[in-house]
Every structure is written in C-alpha cells, then in structure tokens.
Write a protein that binds this ligand. Structure first.
Ligand code: FAD
Length: 442
C-alpha cells in the first residue's frame, strides 16, 4: 500500500480576529459538569464570560490522544486549533498500548509512525489459547501486513504516544490547566467557557473529552458509560523469556478470566488480565495481591506464573472496564465528538486509540475542503460526512470488543469448551476481516 501523504498545506484566510462575536440571543449554553457535579451554572458561566476571549478555527476540548492527534492533523491542513486540557501538564500513564493498522496509517499521516514503531515492538503473530495452552485462534499479522504493504500492528509503552503527539503539536496550541465548564453555539461560531470565565471562540468545536464527555452531555444529555463487568489489571516489567519472544502476542482464556502478554520494546513486557472481582473489593478500591495472582494462575502455561512473580506490587495497576452504547449521532451544527467521547470501547481489540487517531485525520481532511467556515450549513455537512465515515466502523469495534469481553467472563467448564470450539470456527472470518482492515485506505 502506498504511503499515505498529508494533504498539501493550504492557506486559509480565516484570521481568527474576523470571527463574528458571540450573539447572546442565539446562545444555548449548558455547564459541562455531570449531573450534581461542581461545574458553574449557566448563569454563572454567562456572567463571567466577559473576562477575555481567544480565537481559533477549531476549539478542542480535551488534550489526550484524540485531542492532540486532531490538533496536529488540523495544523497539517493549515487550520489553527486551540486545545483546552484540564490537567496541569501531561500525566505519566502506565501500561502498554496496542496500535492497530488504521492507527499506524493515521500516525504515518501525522508523521509519527516510524518513530513510534522504532520504540515499540511489532505484532507478528496473534494467538488466542486456552488456559492449558491449546491454540484456539492464530493470525499471522506480520504476513498480512507485508501482503498489504506495511502499516502493521505494534505495541508501545502507553506513555510514548501522548508524548510523541505532544512533541508534534505546534507550540502554544495546547492550554494546560484549562477546564471547560460550558460550551455554546451561536449563529456562526462556537465558544468554550473556562473556569475563570474566559472564553475560547472558534468556527468548530470538537469534544475530545473522553468517555465521560461534557460536550456529549451538552449535545445529547446524560449518556452514562456502561460497565463491562470486569476489571483490567496489569503491569509493565523488564522480562525476557523464550516462551514470550518479541512479536508474539498470546491471550490465554480461562474460566472467567483472560490474560494477555506483549512485548512493548527494549526488553519490556506488558501483561494485562481481565478479572471479575467482588463488588466489595471493587468498591474498596483494593488492588489484588500479586501473590494471589501467582497462585490463581499457577497452572497456566509458561511464562505466565514467571511474569506475574516478576511484577512488583507497586507496578500493578487496574481499571474498571466501561464502554458506550454506540451513539446514533455524534454532532450537531458546528460541534462534534472525537475519540472516546464519541465511541469509547472496551480494550479487547486494542483499538480505542487507533480509532481516535483516525478521527482526527478524517476530520482535518474534510474541514480542509471547505473554502471558509462562514456557512454553518456547509460546516455541519463536513462534520456529518466525518460522522458518516467513522460511525459504522467504530460501532462494530465496540460491539465485537464487548462480545469478546462477555465470552471471556464465562466460567462454566462446558460453556468454556464450547467457547473454544466457537473461537476455532470463527478464525477464518476473523483473519479475513483483518485482511480487510489492512487493505482499507485511511
Ligand atoms: C485498561 C485499558 C487498556 C487500554 N488499552 C488500549 C490499547 O491497547 N490500545 C488502544 O487503542 N486503546 C486502549 N485503551 C483505550 C484508550 O485508552 C482510549 O481509547 C483513549 O485513551 C481515548 O483517548 P481520548 O483522547 O479520546 O480520551 P481520554 O484519553 O479519556 O482523554 C480525554 C481528555 O479530556 C480531558 N478533559 C475531560 N473533560 C475536560 C474538560 N471539561 N475540560 C478540559 N479537558 C477535559 C481529560 O483530562 C483527558 O485528558 C485502553 C483503555 C483501558 C481502560
């Protein structure tokens, strides 16, 4: 597959100073804090609005994976973004991150694929095995990648992606410590209001504010994420073992639990287990003990017990897994959603970030086709086109990933045997669908 080149840089004469001022009579502004949260009221936000406004072509609420990727992509097509991120600086995040082929292509478009792949570890073979070590599904991902000309799947330390994205963002485009408390749309502009009452106005607003998105709440009301009924616990350890060579990515399926391991580059191994814990343990926020995990997995194939035993308790972290029911609509007028705000998925396919990266590239290309942002109808049509291109794929990722998670919860031995048969049966269509993913242009 030919390398996907960024669109040539276009000059847009949309000096932000020429953006029309907000017209209060058209204003619909709601606080972004969740129901019962501590956000400013509509009146408070409106009253404090006068303390200063900044302008951008595209205002992005949220500065993690989706927000930063969108900002880089928008700059590449000649547009000016402002990213508003509530964190004071980029946080350090643990774990490993799986990038799928569409994420690789998006990173290539953003100019970051080579650098990230070099830091990580490519996926050559993906396997599902039962807890005794029998192969249920095998996909030669490296072969599929070579057949389709590159942009394969790889693992990296999770921290590397936001760091690389931030390194590629134009200086001054990200405003740290900027919590957005309300958003509003006027006749021909959009405004995000910050805690201090100041506003950032633009022609388009992207909600890149994650699974609990306040922008989504503004657009469509309260839509609560749904629990998947399990937690993911894992760690990154310095670990090498002949049974876990680089490029080999197995997930072992047991009764009510799964555990996957993957190299993430430079002798580091990432492992993650899906655990169903009691509601009390979850509510107490107590981490499972590594020695209990070693005992729980003692009969599983090498090197599971060994990698668990090599994990210090304080390197071990976890999260309750949630996703969003696929939304029927992502945007309205000059506002839309990207990344987890639009389509949060469980991590079983390792595709949440790849989908977020692709969102940013698609939206930037579509906005670049507009001669200007004066006509709300045309802006809305471009955002609708983005949604049309992305909604079906992301909905099927969410659905399939949730189904895998549900199958992984089965505990009954007979049901687990039937599950093994089922996974073997679906291997050919799964590999076919991977081929389609690799073949598809971004
Ligand atoms: C255990 C686990 C493992 C995972 N593994 C993988 C994997 O291997 N591969 C993969 O592709 N995906 C994986 N994912 C999913 C991936 O983490 C998400 O899809 C991804 O982080 C989404 O990025 P985002 O930028 O859309 O949202 P987020 O990462 O949630 O970022 C949202 C940002 O918005 C900011 N924000 C929120 N509200 C406001 C506000 N009002 N004002 C200003 N800023 C605000 C937040 O501070 C945050 O920085 C995993 C998820 C989990 C839980």
């Amino acid at each position: 597959m030919a390398a996907i080149m960024p669109l040539s840089r276009r000059t847009f004469h949309r000096a932000s100073a020429r953006l029309p001022r907000a017209k209060c009579r058209d204003t619909v502004e709601r606080p972004l804090a969740a129901r019962g949260g501590a956000g400013k009221s509509v009146v408070e936000a409106a009253n404090s609005r006068s303390s200063g406004e900044a302008h951008a072509d595209v205002v992005i609420v949220g500065g993690n994976m989706a927000g930063l990727a969108a900002a880089i992509a928008l700059r590449k097509v000649g547009l000016k973004p402002i990213v508003l991120e509530r964190m004071p600086s980029q946080p350090h995040v643990n774990g490993g991150l799986h990038i799928w082929t569409n994420g690789s292509k998006a990173l290539d478009w953003l100019g970051l694929e080579g650098e990230l792949r070099a830091q990580g570890s490519p996926v050559e073979t993906l396997e599902f095995k039962d807890w005794r070590g029998s192969v249920l599904l095998r996909a030669n991902v490296g072969e599929i990648e070579r057949k389709h000309g590159g942009h394969g799947a790889f693992f990296i330390p999770r921290v590397d992606l936001p760091r690389a994205l931030l390194g590629a963002v134009t200086e001054g485009d990200v405003r740290w410590g900027s919590t957005v408390t309300a958003v509003r749309e006027d006749a021909d502009s959009v405004t995000a209001t910050l805690e201090d009452g100041s506003g950032v106005t633009g022609s388009v607003l992207l909600g890149a504010d994650g699974i609990g998105s306040g922008v989504r709440r503004h657009l469509f009301g309260q839509i609560d994420p749904r629990s998947a009924g399990y937690e993911d616990w894992g760690a990154v350890v310095d670990f090498e073992h002949p049974k876990a060579p680089p490029g080999y990515y197995p997930t072992y399926w047991g009764r009510g639990t799964r555990l996957g391991i993957a190299h993430i580059g430079h002798g580091r191994l990432y492992w993650a287990a899906a655990l169903q814990r009691s509601p009390e343990d979850r509510a107490n926020g107590v981490a499972p003990r590594i020695e209990d995990m070693v005992a729980q997995f003692r009969d599983w194939p090498e090197p599971i017990k060994e990698v668990l035993a090599a994990t210090p308790q304080d390197a071990f972290y976890g999260a309750e897994i949630k996703d969003l029911v696929p939304l029927k609509q992502w945007g309205r007028g000059r506002m839309t959603l990207v990344g987890d705000a639009a389509h949060a998925t469980t991590p079983n396919l390792g595709r949440g970030v790849s989908e977020a990266l692709e969102d940013g590239v698609v939206i930037a290309r579509l906005l670049a086709e507009l001669p200007d942002f004066a006509d709300t109808g045309r802006v809305a049509a471009a955002l609708q086109s983005y949604e049309n291109q992305r909604r079906k794929t992301t909905a099927s990722v969410t659905k399939l990933s949730r189904q895998i998670g549900l199958l992984g919860k089965w505990k009954n031995p007979l049901a687990c045997t039937a599950r093994g048969v089922y996974i073997r049966v679906i291997t050919p269509p799964t590999v076919m669908s991977m081929n389609k993913d690799f073949k598809k242009a971004l």
